[in-house]
Every structure is written in C-alpha cells, then in structure tokens.
Design a protein around this ligand. Structure first.
Ligand SMILES: Nc1ncnc2c1ncn2[C@@H]1O[C@H](COP(=O)(O)OP(=O)(O)OP(=O)(O)O)[C@@H](O)[C@H]1O
Length: 273
C-alpha cells in the first residue's frame, strides 16, 4: 500500500490502539476491540484490538498455538463464545478458505463453486470464476478428479464468486508442494488486485507473508505484537535485499535467528522464486 512506510510500525500498544499508519488510510473492514477468548484457564486472545482497512491485504504470523486460527474463527463469526467478549465489526460478505479445500465430494466442481448462490446469473458467475482461477472446462469434474492445487483453485473460485468484502484464509496453501504454492501465490495476488477484498491470510511462511501482503501482523501472547507495513513494488522478488530485510525483521520478531525461510521446523523449505 503506497501510504505504508515500511519498518516495524507498532508495538503492542500502538497496534492495539489502531492508530498506526496501516489503519489510518481507509475505512475499516474489520474492527475488534478487547476481544477475549479463553480455553479453560488459557487466555488465547487477551483483549485483542485489530483494525483491517477495506481492501487491505494482511498476513497474520505467529508461533504454533499462538491463536491465529482462533482469531480468524472469531472474525469469521464461527466462534460465538468470543463474540460477547468485546466489540467485533465485520462486513456482510465474508468468504473463507482453508488448507483443506473443503469441496463437497458429491457435487461437481461448478456446483461446489455456486453452492448457496441465488439468481439466474449464478451459473455464469461460477463459470467466470472458474476461468479466473485457470479451471476453464473443469466445471463438470468431480473434486477427486482435481489435483490438490486445482482443488485450492476451485476453493478460491468458490470464495471469490461471492464477491466478498473480506476474504479470510487459514493457511490455504499449507498442504501444497513448493512449486504449486508459488504459483498459487501469484494467482491469489492477481485475484486480489482484481477484486480488492480485504484479506486476512494466516500463514506459517514468512516469505509467503512478505510476498503477498501489504501488512504483516504477528500474534504473540494473545495480542498483536508486530504491525509491519510492507512497502515493496510488485512483482516482489525474494532476492530483493529489501524483501530479505522484511523477512529478517519478522524472523527476529518471531525469535528465529537462523535465516531460513519458515519458522516452523516441520514446514517444507520453500525455495526462492
Ligand atoms: N476448541 C478448543 N478447545 C480447547 N483449546 C483450544 C481449542 N481451540 C484452540 N485451542 C487452543 O488455543 C490455542 C490457540 O489455538 P489456535 O489453533 O488458534 O493456534 P494457531 O496459532 O492457529 O496454531 P497453529 O499455527 O499450530 O495452527 C492452542 O493452545 C489450542 O490448543
């Protein structure tokens, strides 16, 4: 985003007040105030404040178990426990995308994409969405006839055909091989540029976050600990020294000193594009 300044823009306090440059630019798509989620005596979200601007692409990083999915579920209004805990404002049209494409196996690909859509244009819109994600001619296929990457493409088509104001994606590429993943990054960014929903992408992959997002948040100890504006022109190259600076900043914030790509040891190393 042009108005972002780059560099670490916030600490707990600054990010929590929502006064940083990343949030001052456009009207809010998502706003949480003092969101709390406890599991037993474990406080996973601790009065968490978050503002996502309309049309802003934000990535959310954090160690395993830090509460990323919990936050996403809260914003998706899938977690009614959290709703009463504080203020939560989200747009009407929200689409979700997960690591598992969650296509219904008994429906053909097009029927999955348009499931729940009403109106005479639904069929056409579904076909257009499939073409947009490179699945032209696969509308009559069954989900099991698609590769993992193709299934994720279909899931993206299903998400975008609803013209969401907010796209919530929980590690959507986590199960894909490295090459497919890199291709999907390009596709997601392209679709984002065209449709401009606000995006909240949960990922374990620091490179993925810097490559795709205009703002990267780190969730730590129940709060947003880092709010980093990524001011890099597209297409972004992982070899760009400024890309590496952002990556190192985030890895440091995550407490990782080794300059490798991901901070989850179990994750596959993603080669540089
Ligand atoms: N339904 C639940 N019941 C009890 N504890 C839960 C439940 N859901 C999540 N938790 C706990 O809340 C914490 C945060 O979980 P969450 O899945 O949000 O983390 P995460 O950051 O998305 O982790 P990962 O990166 O490993 O996917 C974890 O300690 C988890 O065990």
């Amino acid at each position: 985003m042009a108005t972002h300044t780059g560099g670490l823009t916030g600490t707990h306090e600054e990010a929590a007040t929502g006064t940083g440059p990343a949030t001052a630019v456009r009207p809010a798509a998502v706003r949480t105030r003092k969101l709390v989620r406890r599991f037993g005596d474990r406080n996973v979200l601790k009065e968490l404040d978050l503002t996502l601007a309309q049309g802003e692409f934000t990535a959310l990083l954090g160690r395993s178990g830090s509460g990323k999915s919990t936050l996403l579920r809260a914003v998706a209004r899938l977690d009614h426990t959290v709703e009463g805990s504080g203020e939560l404002t989200v747009p009407d049209r929200v689409s979700l995308s997960f690591q598992d494409s969650r296509l219904l196996p008994w429906l053909r690909v097009l029927d999955n994409v348009v499931l729940g859509l009403r109106g005479p244009q639904a069929h056409e819109r579904g076909l257009t969405a499939l073409a947009e994600v490179g699945l032209e001619g696969r509308d009559r296929s069954w989900p099991h006839e698609l590769s993992g990457g193709e299934q994720q493409r279909a899931a993206l088509a299903r998400a975008l055909v609803r013209e969401p104001e907010l796209l919530l994606a929980d590690e959507p590429f986590g199960a894909l091989d490295a090459l497919t993943r890199i291709r999907m990054h390009g596709l997601l960014r392209e679709l984002y540029e065209r449709h401009r929903p606000a995006v909240l992408l949960v990922t374990h992959d620091v490179d993925e976050a810097v490559e795709l997002a205009d703002r990267v948040l780190v969730l730590e100890d129940g709060l947003i600990s880092v709010d980093l504006a990524v001011d890099l022109p597209g297409p972004r190259s992982r070899r760009d020294p400024r890309f590496q600076e952002y990556r190192d900043t985030l890895l440091n914030a995550l407490g990782v000193t080794q300059p490798h790509t991901t901070y989850e040891e179990k994750e596959t190393h993603v080669p540089h594009a």
